[in-house]
Design a protein around this ligand. Structure first.
Ligand SMILES: O=P(O)(O)OC[C@H]1O[C@H](OP(=O)(O)OP(=O)(O)O)[C@H](O)[C@@H]1O
Ligand code: HPA
Ligand SMILES: [Mg+2]
Length: 196
């Protein structure tokens, strides 16, 4: 579904005042929430009888983590790692920096990494190597979004919400220069926003 900037506010839902900056909505709040329910049901089936350790990749995955954890009907624990490779740019620097590491040892744990987006794949590829070295019992990825046409490094991903076109998107955790993370939907920005 692709809606235009003229989509009525009632359809878009709350936009926190960002509405004028949005070019078009790629995924509505309803589509995102329905997909999360679907992903959580699949994960609950696959991990039945095991305790899952959700590792949220900050900051982008913060909204996804909070909705996914509530939808997942399994006992889970949560850890967060903060990494950054984009800064204020719309393309990856390719250099992944750990801003905050996990608080606990993950050896022998069933780790499910929650990511908001796989774009070039550089962040996740680096992260999986890093976490894999800590000897978890299992290590899988659940990503809400993936851009198949932007991939530079193939990464094994067990669960994917949506494959999307190769456009820079914001909302539902995803930022441009730290803005728009709080939007409940995912959309693109008007070109003039980048020129500001
Ligand atoms: O596949 P890639 O090209 O590596 O891009 C994906 C990563 O980029 C974003 O994080 P970012 O570095 O912007 O940090 P943030 O989550 O704090 O916004 C996003 O949240 C992913 O972690
Ligand atoms: O399309 C994107 N939007 C926001 N942040 C991102 N980080 C990687 N890709 C994106
Ligand atoms: Mg970012």
């Amino acid at each position: 579904m692709s809606e235009t900037a003229s989509t009525p506010a009632a359809v878009l839902g709350p936009d926190h005042g960002y509405g004028p900056d949005i070019d078009h909505v790629l995924l509505s709040e309803e589509q995102i929430q329905a997909k999360i329910t679907e992903l959580a049901e699949q994960v609950a089936r696959d991990y039945e009888g095991r305790e899952v350790l959700l590792v949220g990749v900050l900051k982008g995955a913060v909204l996804f983590m909070s909705d996914f954890a509530r939808a997942l009907r399994l006992p889970t624990q949560m850890e967060f790692m903060a990494v950054s490779s984009y800064g204020s740019s719309t393309s990856s620097s390719g250099v992944v920096r750990i801003l905050k590491d996990l608080d606990r040892d993950i050896s022998d744990r069933h780790v499910l990494v929650l990511e908001d987006i796989i774009d070039s794949g550089l962040t996740l590829s680096w992260l999986l190597k890093n976490l894999g070295g800590r000897r978890p019992a299992s290590l899988e990825v659940c990503a809400l979004l993936r851009k198949p046409d932007a991939i530079k490094v193939e990464v094994p991903v067990r669960y994917v919400g949506f494959d999307i076109p190769n456009e820079f998107v914001v909302g539902y955790g995803l930022d441009y220069a730290e803005r728009y993370r709080d939007l409940p939907y995912i959309g693109t920005l008007k070109p003039e926003v980048y020129e500001k």
